[in-house]
Ligand binder design. Structure first.
Ligand code: NDP
Length: 256
């Protein structure tokens, strides 16, 4: 039985992670901006026989991260095993040349600075835990070498608006990946595993917006339930020798 901290637990992938982890008997801290008004989390908490704890955390706000860390320390005095930095936003789908500085900063505050602040606040608790793992929810969109890299062919570009849009989001996930690598190198000697992974294209509020980026009218590949089943299989199987890795939810390595 492991102790997990999941950020962005109110909806989508975060909520499904909480659901499946509680169902299999793990202890879960669900961190959300407004847990008190999230009926899905409140219901899960009341039926969890004390396995689910809810804490308030806005990953943009250092004060809520600090108070959440203090609360988690009281709830889990023996430490935590796995931190999943899941909270994220997509930002606007403007053409890259029209992207505003405001949205680039906002997306980076949530998707890059947020996970760093949360990781730093949770490190003392991770050091006390057994699994000692930090999993950053990235995206294949953050891969410089992957499918949405610069597309030479004009026809292909027209049919793949994602190559020309969502720049702030793609930049933020590439930056998150570098955060993963740097922390993995720094923390390896302490036995702490740090990885990035992509959950696949998932039918959540965010994932469904992605349909706009596919001219072919394609829709998300996975439900949250299907994606999280694969995510947990991946995370359960990871060991320290895989630290610094960038993985697909199905387990394959993604090229940086
Ligand atoms: P959703 O939009 O469904 O959920 C986003 C979650 O992040 C919500 O719980 C939201 O909380 C939370 N969140 C946003 N901003 C903050 C903040 N400042 N502080 C705390 N929580 C915040 O997205 P998904 O579930 O689809 O995405 C989860 C992760 O998976 C993200 O990191 C995303 O980039 C990544 N991902 C998703 C893919 C997909 O296809 N869905 C594909 C690749 C990656 P609130 O309810 O308060 O707004």
């Amino acid at each position: 039985m492991a102790v997990w901290v999941i950020t962005g637990a109110s909806r989508g992938i975060g909520l499904e992670l909480v659901k499946q982890l509680v169902a299999r008997g793990d202890v879960v801290v669900g961190a959300a901006r407004n847990p008190e008004t999230c009926s899905a989390l409140k219901e899960l908490e009341s039926s969890s026989s004390g396995k689910l704890h809810l804490v308030k955390m806005d990953v943009e706000d250092p004060e809520t991260i600090k108070s959440a860390a203090a609360e988690i320390e009281k709830l889990c005095p023996k430490g935590i095993d796995v931190l999943v930095n899941n909270a994220g936003i997509s930002g606007p789908f403007a053409q890259s040349s029209q992207e505003t500085v405001k949205s680039v900063i906002e997306v980076h505050k949530v998707n890059v600075v947020g996970p760093l602040m949360v990781t730093q606040a949770m490190l003392p608790l991770l050091r006390k835990g057994s699994r000692k793992m930090i999993a950053n929810v990235s995206s294949g969109a953050g891969s410089l070498a992957g499918k949405v890299k610069f597309v030479e062919d004009a026809e292909t570009r027209k049919n793949l608006p994602y190559a020309t849009q969502a720049m702030a989001y793609k930049m933020s996930k590439a930056a998150l990946n570098m955060q993963t690598l740097s922390l993995a190198a720094d923390l390896k000697d302490e036995g702490i595993t740090v990885i990035s992974f992509c959950p696949g294209w998932v039918a959540t509020d965010m994932g469904s917006q992605g349909t706009n980026l596919m001219k072919s009218g394609a829709t998300p590949t996975y439900t949250s339930q299907q994606s999280v089943e694969l995510q947990l299989k991946l995370l359960d199987g990871l060991t320290l020798d895989k630290s610094g890795g960038y993985f697909q939810h199905t387990g394959e390595t993604i090229p940086w």
